[in-house]
Design a protein around this ligand. Structure first.
Ligand code: FAD
Length: 500
């Protein structure tokens, strides 16, 4: 535990968002003083912790929810997957810089190459996947994406998918350039580096309880949980990267931009495989079609994970109803406690429009092991309950804005929120969150710290860390440049290309 008084910047929370932001800011301005406060006793123990999320480096390769529906001519719109791929490339490049500059010591502990597969069954979906592959593989990001309907080839990619499967038509795509990421491990690496820098400190076991506007920034009230003592610290910029704890702190800040905001928590659960033979047989992330009324972020997938230095096999997440906003230090009163006169009407409208979703979440949470194994059998038909056990995953608090009440929607993206004075910024929401976290915090730096990038020197520092910064690598003319810088990141992180 370490504390510095009245730093330039206070980062609340030690997840992947604060970690990226802290490390980038310190690299851009080595004289900046930065304090991180984390309520739990360890770093990155909430959503960013390896067991609490799926660890998918979302690059649009396998997630069918990023290419919903078809055009009238039968083609599949691929703009969204290209956008997500590009955003994940920012993360890969910055984390590669973190490795080559010594901020992260052992990349194999935090990011691994892992083929990403999409798998579908039934004529209609097979046809959809073929069209999706045609659209995606035409772009240089996805030129290595493979497609097949051959059962033997799919069995070679992921044998469990074929075990016990009947004669229904199937298809799969695969790209070896996918990743399994331990976002918590990356956060701990970056924050460990930050804590070793001059004028920087990281304090665990400290809960930020209040924020008050001052003439030049904010006064933050912090409780040290061990001795229950409170202290106040001033900073000219505060970043609320508190995950599920962010909404409450934003409400405390009283900034007009927080008026009317609400949060809708969705819990998660995994099936974990305890049979080493099955774990050894499967080496991929396999995403499929949405089932029933499942929200896009609760579409289960069959994933190899590398956690606690061990290869593991997980299926999920299953969605679950919860009123807690945080897994560890949360309370069942979080949701009721977040209701304010300014967001009550929005929340009621959302609840009315989303009764089906709430019913689905309650149903998911109360389903039996047999029900869950039935869902698993969509992917692995020969699955047996004895090989699997249920564990809790993290909680996503989806941001709800006033306008969402009219539309009746629950947001699945990450929202960057801030005040007009450019002294406070916060993130709300979750998916695809951690994967595109570097791209997200760059928005914070561009808007709240423009001076750091205004000079040639600042820009050069940024380009050293993220060579694609300011470039449009989506354009075909940039394909060779993208390939060159991406190859360097792939090598630094020990990843793979499709044809390797
Ligand atoms: C089931 C599930 C699966 C997911 N799968 C993926 C995936 O495959 N790929 C992907 O990219 N993303 C995934 N996500 C999303 C991803 O986990 C999040 O977007 C990301 O981890 C958010 O990081 P964060 O730093 O904002 O929050 P967190 O990691 O939650 O960090 C916030 C920190 O703030 C601390 N805190 C809270 N309140 C206070 C306070 N008052 N004072 C001090 N500290 C406080 C918390 O203890 C916590 O450590 C998944 C999420 C879930 C729940």
């Amino acid at each position: 535990m370490a504390r510095i008084e009245n730093p330039d910047v206070i980062l609340i929370g030690s997840g992947i968002m604060s970690a990226n932001l802290g490390a980038l800011l310190k690299r851009l301005d080595p004289y900046l003083s930065i304090q991180v406060y984390e309520v739990t006793d360890g770093l990155a123990q909430e959503s960013s912790h390896g067991w609490n999320n799926a660890g998918t480096g979302h690059a649009g390769i396998c997630e069918l929810s990023y290419t919903p529906g078809r055009e009238l001519d039968g083609s599949v719109k691929v703009d969204k997957v290209i956008e997500i791929f590009e955003q994940f490339e920012y993360s890969k490049q910055f984390w590669a810089h973190a490795v080559t500059s010594g901020m992260i010591a052992r990349p194999e502990e935090v990011i691994r190459p892992l083929p990403h597969l999409s798998f579908v069954h039934g004529e209609e979906q097979v046809d959809f996947l073929r069209a999706r592959h045609a659209g995606m593989s035409a772009h240089h990001f996805f030129s290595e994406l493979e497609y097949t309907t051959e059962r033997e080839r799919i069995a070679g990619w992921a044998p469990l998918l074929l075990e016990g499967r009947g004669n229904v038509p199937i298809a799969a795509t695969k790209m070896d350039g996918g990743t399994d990421v331990n976002f918590g491990g990356i956060a701990r690496g970056l924050l460990g580096w930050l804590a070793r820098q001059e004028r920087c400190a990281v304090a665990t076991g400290h809960r930020v309880t209040d924020l008050t506007k001052t003439a030049g920034g904010w006064e933050v009230t912090v409780r040290h949980l061990a001795d229950k003592r409170e202290h106040r610290s001033r900073a000219r910029f505060v970043f609320i990267g508190a995950g599920g704890g962010s909404l409450r702190l934003l409400q405390k800040s009283g900034i007009p931009e927080a008026k009317g905001l609400g949060g809708f928590p969705i819990g998660g659960q995994w099936l974990v495989c305890d049979n080493p033979t099955l774990v050894a047989k499967h080496t991929a992330k396999v995403y499929g079609q949405a089932l029933d009324a499942a929200p896009t972020m609760a579409v289960p997938h069959l994933d190899t994970r590398y956690l606690d230095e061990k290869k593991t096999l997980l299926f999920g997440p299953f969605a679950a109803f919860t009123t807690k906003f945080l897994h560890g230090k949360g309370s069942v009163l979080d949701l009721p406690g977040s209701i304010r006169p300014d967001n009550l009407v929005t929340l009621l409208k959302i609840a009315r429009h989303n009764l089906e979703l709430v019913r689905y979440l309650i149903g998911q949470g109360t389903q039996s092991m047999a029900d869950r194994i039935e869902v698993l059998r969509v992917f692995y038909p020969a699955a047996e309950a004895k090989d699997w056990r249920l564990v809790d995953a993290g909680i996503r608090v989806q941001a709800i804005k006033k306008t969402d009440g009219e539309a009746g929607i629950v947001h699945y993206g990450t929202e960057v929120i801030g005040d007009a004075d450019h002294t406070l910024s916060a993130l709300l929401g979750a998916s695809p969150g951690a994967s595109v976290s570097v791209h997200i915090v760059l928005q914070v730096i561009e808007k709240w710290f423009p001076a750091l990038l205004a000079s040639d020197e600042g820009n050069a520092r940024m380009k050293e860390m993220i060579p694609i910064y300011g470039e449009d690598i989506k354009r075909p003319e940039q394909a060779a440049f993208y390939r060159e810088v991406s190859d360097r990141a792939v090598a630094a992180l020990g990843l793979r290309r499709g044809s390797d």
